[in-house]
Design a protein around this ligand. Structure first.
Ligand code: SF4
Length: 266
């Protein structure tokens, strides 16, 4: 569990001080360390989860799963409203499996696609009751490959949702590659290639690149994921704000795009 931004920073620094990190791994961690001065790790943990830094947001992995399902194709603000409504109304998987679907639809409406999401949530809850004895933690046998296979059997879970469950609900070393992380890493390290977030093989390449260069410590993956996501969201956007970027000096994209050097504020 990571309880504070200072702790997150120290985890990165102590890994950097160890001998067995590759050149690219060091670069990713150095960038993350520098970006931690601008973005808070703890304040940007949106999903309720067992090891959430804030005690009031510590919830069973079942609620992490529901938050992941609610977060699909919606804004952070609407996701959080829907998750709060859900968590205030239901206390366990049995409540949800027997829920009135119309009430559930009303509660999660702000997250978009309420009927589809409500059906998925009820189906997922029934699956957990029927196949996992009512407790999603029963799939956690400590083996990441077994857990991944079991998560894929749950209806409605795709690659990214499975990685979110592994990384955030079960504290396993499997980094989530969302579009923001993908964009930052592609530009930092692969600007000579045309990688696309539309292609699963390209997403997997970025995931493998990070996981093969950073030791398999879930805390490192949680920090790198959160911080690069925030940098992609606020600075390294579709049209990157390179003139506002504090890591421009280590960025491959910036070194080959002359225009991005201009009007630098740092
Ligand atoms: S320099 Fe530009 S392209 Fe590189 S990480 Fe920063 S914003 Fe993104």
């Amino acid at each position: 569990m990571i309880n504070s931004d200072v702790e997150a920073y120290n985890i990165i620094v102590s890994t950097l001080n160890s001998e067995n990190t590759s050149i690219n791994g060091r670069k990713i961690l150095e960038i993350t360390k520098d970006l931690l001065k601008y973005y808070s790790f703890v304040e940007n943990q949106t999903y309720p989860r067992p090891s959430h830094p804030y005690p009031e947001k510590r919830k069973d992995a079942y609620f992490t799963l529901i938050a992941i399902l609610l977060s699909l194709r919606t804004t952070l603000e609407n996701e959080m409203k829907a998750v709060n409504n859900f968590c205030s109304r239901y206390s366990n998987v049995y409540d949800v499996a027997n829920a009135d679907i119309n009430e559930l639809i009303t509660l999660i409406k702000c997250a978009g696609m309420p009927k589809k999401k409500a059906e998925t949530i009820i189906n997922v809850s029934k699956y957990i009751i029927n196949n996992l004895n009512g407790d999603i933690n029963n799939i956690n046998d400590g083996n990441i490959d077994h857990i991944r296979d079991s998560l894929f059997k749950i209806p409605g879970l795709g690659e990214k949702s499975v990685d979110c469950m592994l990384e955030l609900a079960f504290d396993m070393p499997s980094i989530v590659i969302d579009i923001n992380v993908f964009r930052v890493v592609s530009r930092m390290f692969f600007s000579d290639r045309t990688l696309s977030f539309e292609k699963n093989k390209d997403i997997l390449e970025i995931k493998n690149f990070i996981e093969s260069n950073i030791i398999a410590d879930y805390r490192l993956y949680q920090i790198v994921h959160t911080i690069l996501l925030l940098h992609g969201k606020f600075v390294c956007k579709s049209t990157p704000n390179c003139h506002e970027c504090c890591i421009f000096d280590r960025c491959q994209y910036c070194s080959v795009n002359e225009d991005s050097h201009q009007l630098r504020l740092f």
